[in-house]
Design a protein around this ligand. Structure first.
Ligand SMILES: [Zn+2]
Length: 506
C-alpha cells in the first residue's frame, strides 16, 4: 500500500502527475483545472496524454504546479472550462513560452464535448451520458477508458444538440447512462442512442457506482486507487482519472474512520490487486481503511496449523489507552491477534475496536462489565454477553461468536450461551507482574504448538513486550493466527484451552 499525497489539492495533483508521467517529455500536454470548483472540468478524467493539474481560479500558479510544468516541458498547456474556471492570466503564466489552448465553453455540456473531441478525434466504442452539475459518479468515471463522458445540462429531460452531433461523429456501438433515472432519463438515453445499444451504470450511492465502474473497466487489476469521495472532497480524485492502470474506488472520509464500503471490499476481494494506493494523506483516506483495503486485496496467508507451529496471541480487558500502540506493533510485524474486549471499554473507544477489525484482527467478547459469570443466572450471563455483541455490531463489526469468561470462571450455564468458551494454556500473569521482560520470558518459555496466550492490552508493560514476544516466537518457528483460525472446529459449549486441548460440549 502506498499514498499519493501532497500538502494540498494542487500538490496532490502533481504527485499523481509524477506517477503517470515519470519521464520529462512524456506528457503531450498539461491540463489546468480549477481546484475549488471542478464542475467545468468534471470529465477531465477522460484525458490521458497529460496530467490534470489543479490551480486556483485566478490568483497565480502555485509553485508546485509551475515546477511540474517545467519538469514535463509539454508543447502545450490547456485550460479546462471557461475563463471563469481558469482565467487567461493563469493559463499564460503557467504556459510561459509554450503554446496554449482551451478546452471548454460557457457551460458543462460544451466543455465535455470539447474534451471528448480532443481525446477521441475519430471514433469511440462507447459514449457515456451523465447529468450536469456536481457529480461524483462522473469523477469516478474518469477511470473509463473506452469513450468520453458527455454531460447534460441542468435539465435532465433535455438532450442538447451538441451531444447529438458528437455522438453522430463518434459513432459509438453503445451509449451508457451514468447514474439513475434522476440523472439521465430513459427517454434522453434512447434519444441519444438513436437505435444503438443502451446500458445504465447506477449504484445506490457514489461508492457503489465507483465499484461498478471498476468492475466494468478493470475485471482484473494489479493496482487499485482509493479516493476520498464524500461531499466535495471527491475533487481530489479528479486528476486521478488519468491513471488508467487500475480503477478508482471512491470511499468515505471524515473524522470517523469508517470501514471500507462493501462494494469496494467485494471488488478488491474478487480482483486481488497486488497494490492499493490512496490519493491524499490520512485526512483523506484514513490509515486503517487503507490497511483494510490492502488486506482485502492481499490477505495474510493462513498457515496449515496441522503442519505448522501455530500460536494465538490474545489480549483481554481492552481497549485501553495503549491499545493503539499495540496495533501499531502488530501492523508493523504483520501479525494478527485476537482481542477479547469489554463492552463498556469498547463503547468508550469505538475507533480503536473498529481499527482492530479493519486491520485483520479478531474482536471477540469478554462480557460487558467483567463479572464472575458462574455466580449469575443464565439470563444474566446472557445479557452480559449480548450487550457487548450488540455494541460491536452497532459499530459495524461482525457479531461475536466466542466468549472468554472473566477470570476463566464459568459454569454449566455459561456453556449454554451458544458459543465456545475460549480459555488459554499460557498465562504470563502480566496483570500481576508489570515487567515487560518477565512477561516475554514466561511467554517464550511456556508456548507450545497450538498455544493460546493470555495477555492484557490494558497494561502498558504488556504492550511494550509484544515486539520481543513476536520476534522470539518467530525465531522458534511459530506462525501467528487468530483464535478462529487456530480452532476452526470449536463449537457452542466447548471449552478451549489450546488447539489440541478442548473439552467438548455434551
Ligand atoms: Zn479479563
Amino acid at each position: 500500500m502506498d499514498r499519493l499525497a501532497g500538502a494540498n489539492r494542487s500538490a496532490t495533483s502533481v504527485r499523481i502527475s509524477q506517477r503517470k508521467f515519470s519521464r520529462p517529455g512524456s506528457a503531450a500536454a498539461v491540463y489546468l483545472a480549477r481546484a475549488d470548483d471542478v464542475t467545468h472540468a468534471m470529465t477531465a478524467g477522460g484525458l490521458s496524454d497529460g496530467p490534470v493539474l489543479l490551480v486556483p481560479a485566478c490568483s497565480g500558479v502555485p509553485a508546485v504546479v509551475a515546477r511540474e510544468i517545467s519538469r514535463l516541458n509539454p508543447p502545450t498547456v490547456f485550460a479546462l472550462g471557461s475563463t471563469a474556471a481558469v482565467c487567461d492570466d493563469t493559463l499564460r503564466a503557467a504556459a510561459g513560452s509554450r503554446a496554449t489552448g482551451r478546452l471548454g465553453g460557457p457551460d458543462q455540456t460544451t466543455t465535455s464535448v470539447a474534451i471528448a473531441r480532443h481525446v477521441w478525434p475519430g471514433s469511440a466504442a462507447t459514449v457515456y451520458l451523465a447529468a450536469g452539475g456536481f457529480s461524483p459518479d462522473v469523477i469516478a468515471g474518469g477511470a473509463l477508458t473506452d469513450g468520453p463522458i458527455l454531460l447534460l445540462g441542468t435539465d435532465p429531460s433535455v438532450l442538447p444538440q451538441s451531444i447529438v452531433s458528437a455522438i453522430d461523429d463518434l459513432a459509438p456501438a453503445r451509449v451508457v447512462a451514468l447514474g439513475g433515472q434522476g440523472q439521465v432519463t430513459d427517454a434522453v438515453l434512447a434519444a441519444a442512442a438513436r437505435g444503438r445499444k443502451t446500458e445504465r451504470i447506477a449504484g445506490s450511492n457514489r461508492y457503489q457506482t465507483s465499484a461498478m465502474i471498476a468492475r466494468r473497466v478493470f475485471p482484473t487489476a494489479t493496482v487499485a486507487y482509493l479516493a476520498r469521495g464524500d461531499g466535495n472532497n471527491i475533487i481530489d480524485a479528479l486528476p486521478g482519472g488519468i491513471l488508467v492502470d487500475g480503477p478508482m474506488l471512491i470511499v468515505p472520509g471524515g473524522s470517523t474512520c469508517s470501514f471500507l464500503p462493501a462494494a469496494a471490499r467485494a471488488y478488491l476481494a474478487d480482483t486481488r490487486p497486488t497494490k492499493v494506493i490512496a490519493f491524499g494523506g490520512a485526512a483523506a483516506v484514513c490509515d486503517p481503511m487503507l490497511r483494510q483495503a490492502a488486506l482485502t486485496a492481499v490477505p495474510r496467508p493462513v498457515p496449515d496449523c496441522s503442519r505448522t507451529r501455530c500460536v494465538a496471541l490474545t489480549y483481554d480487558d481492552g481497549p485501553g489507552a495503549d491499545t493503539e500502540a499495540l496495533l501499531n506493533t502488530l501492523w508493523s510485524k504483520n501479525v494478527p491477534a485476537t482481542f477479547f474486549v469489554l463492552g463498556h471499554r469498547a463503547k468508550a473507544r469505538p475507533a480503536t475496536v473498529r481499527r482492530q477489525a479493519m486491520e485483520g484482527h479478531q474482536v471477540q467478547n469478554h462480557t460487558w462489565s467483567h463479572p464472575i459469570l458462574r455466580r449469575m443466572s443464565l439470563s444474566a450471563q446472557h445479557a452480559e454477553y449480548r450487550q457487548t455483541s450488540n455494541l460491536l455490531s452497532s459499530l459495524g463489526l461482525p457479531r461475536t461468536d466466542m466468549l472468554r469468561p472473566p477470570y476463566g470462571e464459568y459454569n454449566a450455564n455459561t456453556r449454554k450461551l451458544g458459543v465456545p468458551l475460549i480459555l488459554w494454556d499460557v498465562d504470563p500473569l502480566d496483570w500481576r507482574d508489570r515487567n515487560s521482560k518477565t512477561v516475554r520470558t514466561r511467554v517464550l518459555d511456556a508456548t507450545r504448538p497450538g498455544s493460546i496466550i493470555l495477555m492484557h492490552d490494558w497494561h502498558r508493560t504488556t504492550v511494550a513486550a509484544a515486539s520481543g514476544i513476536i520476534d522470539g516466537l518467530r525465531a522458534r518457528g511459530y506462525a501467528f493466527v487468530t483464535v478462529d483460525q487456530l480452532v476452526p472446529d470449536a463449537r457452542p459449549g466447548d471449552v478451549v484451552f489450546s488447539r489440541t486441548r478442548i473439552n467438548r460440549a455434551g
